[in-house]
Design a protein around this ligand. Structure first.
Ligand SMILES: Nc1ncnc2c1ncn2[C@@H]1O[C@H](COP(=O)(O)OP(=O)(O)OP(=O)(O)O)[C@@H](O)[C@H]1O
Ligand SMILES: [Mg+2]
Length: 614
């Protein structure tokens, strides 16, 4: 028997192992380390030494232990069965590992990403004799009640379909044979793809369609486009995870990828318990039927955390290639960057800012660049998208730290969470004064067709009121609220209503957790109509206190709890507000008789100025 060729360990440093004597080692090759064959990946070659990051605990390994080459790169299996799975950072099914190995994951277990025993019904789309090219759809499998899995001709392949067989198959079965210039190629139910290489597409276009998340501050103020990129930096406990869970639950994407990256295990447990219970508002099916979870919690090996974002985005690309809109969440990219830092430190690389490697920015950019709205491979020129949302956990909430800065350079949407708001229990604690979306202009154009002509106008008025409030707050802080004119007080009141009755949204309330875009529009219209009509009443000489204390305001405050089925209630309430404010104005005694004296005229001009931007 010929002995298996192997190298040997010369040094172990935490998750990093230095090996020597590996036959023909290449960067990013997958190797098996030690007698129990732990998974590892070559991440540096220096002289005859190969540095291997190991995806499992390295305790017990020592110099002289063997390292076996596998000849391949770290790859994921792409085929039916991905949806509803829960994987670790290198695509090992966590639930299956637990089942077979008990609660203590035995090291070195080889567990394929796709279930070998499960049977799928394959329905061919292509027929014998068809000419097909890379990306063409050969047939479909109903993966879950909501996801039709499209089996595609793998990238780089094309030719004539020699045979294709519908019916029940396992993932390892051959379903088609394609005759190519290089001979016949068997195509199975799954493809392998190296995670560090982006999957090919025809071209990328600029994102246009809105990714509706059901979160009002996001969708109305700082919207995200399908195929876009966003980041949520926020201090400890400010609500990053809650926002990302909300997006994963409610976004109008076809497929959801959630990567729990170095976060607490109980948060992932929450997801696992909650998602199967929740019903997708778009399909009426449990949310898990369109979701893939990747969990690499803080207690799991740090190298696998580094890999987890690539595993996730590669799976996302695969569904994009089918023509789906995928929304990918990474929580938190700071923990990922810390993994990078730890490994870089072990490699004894020259540290950059705050000990992060100099290539932190390039790596982050490369990850976010895998997002996008693309024309996919395949002769039908279908389109698909990957939207990437990453949370960032800057220590102490200091946005000038390297991970936040590097992220802000690449993403197009910034939702800045703030302690001050979270303390006041204003959730989502997204600061409207610092956040932005570079997709706003494109998305607003669509609102006039899809929702209403004045949505854009309402939004910009709301933003102006919020900005005016910030300026007026300064005055109040310095001189007190008495210094404000009635017009200014009204601006403050309107801003308060925008904040409390519109922006604040309780992720844990059955109704409030999700607002359709139409509901968002109607609610904003209600709040802003109050502001505009009250202003008119004020101009007619009404008393500011009567306006502020009007009983209808309580009903405005609870309007967010109106069900999606009863949205006409919001329109009716808006009508009531208009009438009520007219009454307030009409109730002013001797209104007609009063000739505005110069003081009143001055006041009027002052108020008008305030509302100029409004
Ligand atoms: N939209 C919301 N509605 C209601 N409560 C919220 C909302 N967002 C956040 N919270 C509250 O804030 C708490 C902390 O939120 P979360 O765990 O998302 O913070 P985080 O920024 O992810 O924290 P960490 O830095 O520890 O990861 C939640 O447990 C919840 O009580
Ligand atoms: Mg969190």
């Amino acid at each position: 028997m010929v002995a298996e060729q192997s190298g040997e360990i010369v040094k172990v440093a935490g998750p990093l192992v230095i090996a020597r004597g590996l036959p023909d080692p290449r960067m990013y090759d997958l190797v098996r380390v030690g007698p129990s064959r732990l998974m590892g990946e070559i991440i540096e070659l220096r002289g005859e030494n190969a540095s291997v990051q190991v995806y499992e605990e390295t305790g017990g390994l020592g110099p002289g232990d063997p390292v076996f080459p596998t000849g391949g790169a770290l790859s994921v299996e792409l085929g039916p069965g991905l949806i509803e799975s829960v994987y670790d950072g290198v695509q090992r099914p966590l639930d299956l590992i637990r089942e077979s190995e008990g609660n203590f994951i035995t090291r070195g277990v080889e567990m394929p990403g796709l279930d070998r025993a499960r049977e799928w019904e394959f329905v061919p789309v292509a027929a014998e004799g068809d000419q097909v090219e890379e990306g063409d759809i050969l047939g479909t499998v109903q993966e879950t009640p909501v996801v039709e899995h499209r089996l595609m001709v793998p990238p780089g392949l094309g030719g004539r379909v020699e045979s294709i067989s519908g019916g029940t198959h396992r993932v390892t079965d051959t379903v088609a044979v394609i005759s190519t210039e290089r001979g016949d190629v068997e195509v199975g139910m799954f493809q392998s793809w190296p995670v560090r290489r982006a999957r090919p597409y025809r071209d990328k276009r600029s994102p246009r369609r809105q990714l509706v998340t059901g979160q009002r501050v996001i969708d109305t103020l700082f919207p995200l486009a399908m195929g876009g990129t966003a980041c949520i930096p926020g201090p400890f406990g400010s609500g990053k995870t809650v926002v990302q869970h909300a997006i994963a639950k409610w976004a109008n994407a076809d497929i959801i990828l959630f990567i729990g990256c170095g976060e607490r295990g109980n948060e992932m447990t929450d997801v696992l318990l909650e998602f199967p219970e929740l019903i997708d508002p778009y399909s009426g099916e449990p949310l898990t039927k369109r979701t893939v979870l990747i969990a690499n919690t803080s207690n799991m090996p740090v190298a696998a955390r580094e890999a987890s974002v690539y595993t996730g985005v590669t799976i996302a690309e695969y569904y994009r290639d089918m023509g789906y809109n995928v929304a990918l969440q990474a929580d938190s990219t700071s923990r990922w960057a810390e993994a990078l830092r730890e490994i870089s430190g072990r490699l004894e690389e020259m540290p950059g800012e705050e000990g992060y490697p100099a290539y932190l920015g390039t790596r982050l950019a490369a990850f976010y660049e895998r997002a996008g709205y693309a024309t996919c491979l395949g002769s039908d020129k279908r389109t698909g998208s990957i939207t990437v949302v990453g949370s960032v956990s800057p220590p102490g909430g200091d946005l000038s730290e390297p991970v936040t800065q590097a992220t802000l350079r690449v993403v197009k949407v910034f939702w800045g969470l703030e302690d001050r708001l979270a303390f006041r229990r204003h959730f989502p604690a997204i600061n409207w004064l610092i956040s932005y979306s570079q997709y706003l202009e494109e998305i607003e154009k669509r609102w006039s067709e899809d929702i209403n002509d004045d949505f854009k106008q309402m939004r910009s008025e709301a933003m102006s009121v919020l900005q005016r409030e910030a300026e007026l707050e300064e005055i109040v802080r310095l001189i007190g609220v008495e210094a404000l004119s009635p017009g200014e007080r009204l601006v403050m009141e309107t801003a308060k209503s925008v904040r409390e009755d519109f922006l604040q949204q309780n992720a844990f309330d059955e109704i409030d957790a999700y607002s359709s875009l139409r509901k968002q529009y109607l609610l904003l219209k209600l709040v802003m109509t109050f502001g505009l009509e009250a202003r008119k009443a004020l101009e007619e000489g009404a008393d500011i206190l009567e306006i502020i204390r009007h009983p209808l305001r309580e009903r405005i405050a609870s309007a967010k709890y109106v069900r999606e089925d009863d949205l006409e209630e919001l329109e009716a309430l808006t009508g009531e507000v208009v009438r009520a404010m007219k009454q307030v104005a009409e109730g002013v005694p001797g209104r007609e008789a009063v000739v505005p004296d110069s003081a009143a005229k001055k006041e009027r001009e002052r108020v008008e100025k305030i509302f100029e931007t409004y």
